[in-house]
Ligand binder design. Structure first.
Ligand code: UDX
Ligand code: UDX
Ligand code: ADP
Length: 480
């Protein structure tokens, strides 16, 4: 029986291992983590992450061939294949601060693997890491190996949150990079056989180690670049009277471009895009390629511009001040169908509004008050450290209240900001909401989900990213 162990029971490790266990009943899968609370949650009815379909998969395998444990060393020692899916935060100090990946957690995991191993192992990079990390890890493993053979593979995960289970069941591709040696090829085949239980073999791509590592950074950079491209267009649409949805539709019809990932928004968020691009930028700079670095840097600059532009639009249209005004924030997660708030644009928008002394009433169906308060008090990049090491917010921000209903959030508010595209926000009773708000009542739709004409008929002043502006907004131009 093949035994798999995954170090890191997070958004990637948890769902990926659950699906491997489901699809490969003869493989025993252990997911381990240093966080006791996280492992306890994986073993309970309230899983630590919200992901459609995940509960079902976990229930089918847990206790049979899927186990969650804090006994990291025991499970690593027993495993034939060890996946490493630990945090890779952006460095906040020292060389490469603000850009380079901090590989502390990776390195400590590698040293631990070397320490406890008594048999040959395949070690698989699952977290996104800088190109050539595999080589560094290989050095740590072989220098401490006591004669044990370690084969290192890069097998980046492409699942997106909110659709993780679907993505894992039917991946566009599985990518496995390894050494181009006899042992390397054998290790690639072993991992390929695991995925071949349910993934057609023509979708399993095998490459060298560095191509696999770079492909992951490149895929995320390309995806983020599409969003920054359409968001840059959204600013031009507002200035010219074009409608960004019509432009995206027309552009996406070109089969060379394709229709997906062209929705203008308040900005992209999530744990990967910004971090991976910063990483890419740093690697380019270290390799003497400043032009390439600057090209990718611009994707992040446009994303920051988009978030600032949204805040400026709110403040300028409300007579240049939101001081003391109640603003309802609908949605805090970085996208719908997840409770994840890592790098969510809501953090920057809320901080911008708080900077102008607004009072915020926030509602998200999957994010609780403690998380929101923590996010709004945390420093940039501090989110990516193991949860149990994160400091609790010293005191909650008084101008922020978190409520469990969109109607409570909007009651007596001057304006509404929609920051996550949750389906339930499309079907709210906007007439009832309007009746209970201060007038003039504003809606700022950062996700283009409301029916602009209908809301204008009710009486709202509506701003929707990249859509033609109404007269009020034209008369109150946003300051740059
Ligand atoms: C991303 C990649 O899609 C995935 O392949 C990789 O493994 C991890 O990073 P994720 O961050 O979970 O996945 O979600 P994704 O759907 O890519 O959305 C990222 C951000 O872009 C979200 O904030 C989303 O709202 C935003 N977005 C996405 C847009 O603003 N417009 C779009 O058209 C698509
Ligand atoms: C382009 C658009 O494709 C077309 O829709 C528009 O109407 C006019 O502009 P064209 O310039 O004729 O058409 O050729 P195209 O095939 O787009 O190639 C443009 C340039 O890009 C060429 O120099 C081509 O060699 C280059 N190219 C194209 C690449 O370097 N790599 C590619 O993957 C594709
Ligand atoms: P991702 O989104 O990439 O899955 P997460 O932050 O959700 O990232 O998960 C990473 C997990 O790895 C965290 O639960 C953290 O506690 C765990 N972790 C970090 N370092 C170690 C380690 N040395 N041993 C075991 N688990 C670790």
């Amino acid at each position: 029986m093949v035994k798999i162990c995954c170090i890191g029971a997070g958004y990637v490790g948890g769902p990926t291992m659950a699906v491997i266990a489901l699809k490969c009943p003869e493989i025993q899968v252990a997911v381990v983590d240093i966080s006791v609370s996280r492992i306890n949650a994986w073993n309970s009815d309230a899983l630590p992450i919200y992901e459609p379909g995940l509960d079902d998969v976990v229930k089918q395998c847990r206790g049979k061939n899927l186990f969650f444990s804090t006994d990291v060393e025991k499970h690593v020692a027993e495993a034939d294949i060890v996946f490493v899916s630990v945090n890779t935060p952006t460095k906040t100090q020292g060389l490469g601060a603000g850009k380079a990946a901090d590989l502390t957690y990776w390195e400590s995991a590698a040293r631990m693997i070397a320490d406890v191993s008594k048999s040959d192992k395949i070690v698989v990079e699952k977290s996104t890491v800088p190109v050539k990390t595999a080589e560094a890890i290989e050095k740590i493993l072989t220098h401490n190996s006591k004669g044990i053979n370690f084969q290192i593979l890069s097998n980046p995960e492409f699942l997106a949150e909110g659709t993780a289970i679907e993505d894992l069941f039917k991946p566009d591709r599985v990518l496995i990079g390894g050494r181009e040696t006899k042992e390397g090829t054998k290790a690639i085949e072993t991992l390929r056989d695991v995925y071949a239980h349910w993934v057609p073999v023509d979708r399993i791509i095998c490459t060298n180690l560095w191509s696999a590592e770079l492909s992951k950074l490149a895929a995320n950079a390309f995806l983020a670049q599409r969003i920054s491209s359409v968001n840059a267009m959204s600013a031009l649409c507002e200035a010219t009277g074009a409608d960004v949805s019509q432009v995206s539709h027309a552009v996406g019809k070109d089969t060379r471009i394709g229709p997906k990932f062209l929705n203008a928004s308040v900005g992209f968020g999530g744990s990967c895009f910004q971090k991976d691009i910063l990483n890419l930028v740093y690697i380019c700079e270290c390799n003497g390629l400043p032009e390439v670095a600057n090209y990718w840097k611009q994707v992040i600059k446009v994303n920051d511009y988009q978030k600032n532009r949204f805040v400026n639009r709110i403040v300028s249209s409300m007579f240049n001040t939101v001081s003391g005004k109640k603003i309802a924030v609908l949605g805090f997660a970085f996208k719908k169908d997840t409770g994840d708030t890592r790098e969510t644009p809501a953090i920057d928008v809320c901080k911008g509004l708080l900077g102008d002394k607004a009072r915020l009433s926030i509602y998200d169906p999957q994010v609780n008050e403690e998380q929101i308060q923590r996010d709004l008090s945390m420093k940039k990049f501090d989110w990516d450290h193991p949860v149990h090491l994160q400091p609790m917010s010293p005191s909650s921000i008084k101008q922020v209240s978190v409520v469990w209903d969109a109607y409570a959030a909007t009651k007596d508010a001057h304006g509404i900001c929609i920051l996550t595209e949750w389906d339930e926000f499309k079907t709210l009773d906007y007439q009832k909401i309007y009746d209970n708000m201060q007038k003039p009542a504003f809606v700022f739709d950062g996700r283009n989900i409301v029916d602009v004409a209908k809301l204008r008929d009710i009486g709202f002043i509506v701003y929707s990213i990249g859509k033609p502006l109404d007269q009020w907004l034209k008369d109150m131009p946003a300051v740059a």
